[in-house]
Design a protein around this ligand. Structure first.
Ligand code: COA
Length: 163
């Protein structure tokens, strides 16, 4: 990753740029309303270069999967600006999100992705979507692209953390 790029927790002033970055990838990412981003800003990291937001990642706690003491956590809304891709920024963002979430001791960290090789490179392994039924149904209920989560090409991946 370039020395001129710094990863930091997001602030409210970043919300509009985060919105724009996520919106730039309509085929790969579920769009997020600006209100949702603002409301969850404490669950976003951003990568900043010369005052511009060139990367973002967020996480979402899923108490409906796992157990109350050890819920699953989903990594979502991962985006790197096109001009900054291929330099390790996506990896750094995911690693920083994992570092942020790990001390809370989630059962597993998961991702639903159209880019499984990227998450494989991060140590995630593919898991059957059936393992994430509740998440699949709540998330996929509002999908307008695919008839069923089981015909959707998105792949479920999970990272087990050391006990
Ligand atoms: C996916 C994305 C975040 C990757 O960001 P990036 O900064 O280009 O990725 P990195 O440079 O950190 O790559 C890390 C590793 O993943 C691999 N990788 C990255 N993008 C990949 C892709 N599209 N397909 C296969 N492998 C990929 C890299 O080769 C690298 O592997 P290596 O360390 O073994 O060389 C970026 O392409 C992006 O924002 N895409 C659009 C939005 C998107 O798809 N988000 C993810 C949806 S869950």
């Amino acid at each position: 990753m370039s020395d001129s790029i710094a990863i930091r927790p997001a602030e409210f002033r970043d919300a509009e740029q985060v919105f724009g970055l996520i919106k730039a990838y309509p085929d790969e990412l579920l769009g997020r309303p600006i209100g949702d981003i603002v409301q969850n800003i404490d669950r976003f990291l951003v990568a900043e270069q010369d005052g511009a937001i060139v990367g973002t990642v967020s996480w979402h706690v899923l108490p409906e999967i796992g157990a109350p003491r050890h819920p699953f956590v989903e990594i979502k809304s991962l985006a790197v600006a096109r001009e900054c891709q291929g330099q390790g920024l996506g990896r750094d963002l995911v690693n920083r999100a994992i570092q942020r979430v790990t001390p809370m001791h989630p059962a597993r960290i998961i991702a639903l992705t159209f880019t499984p090789p990227f998450f494989k490179a991060m140590g995630f392994v593919e898991v059957p979507k059936e393992q994430l039924m509740h998440k699949i149904y709540t998330g996929c209920m509002s999908c307008t692209k695919y008839d069923s989560p089981f015909t959707c090409p998105e792949v479920a991946m999970a990272l087990d953390l050391p006990a």
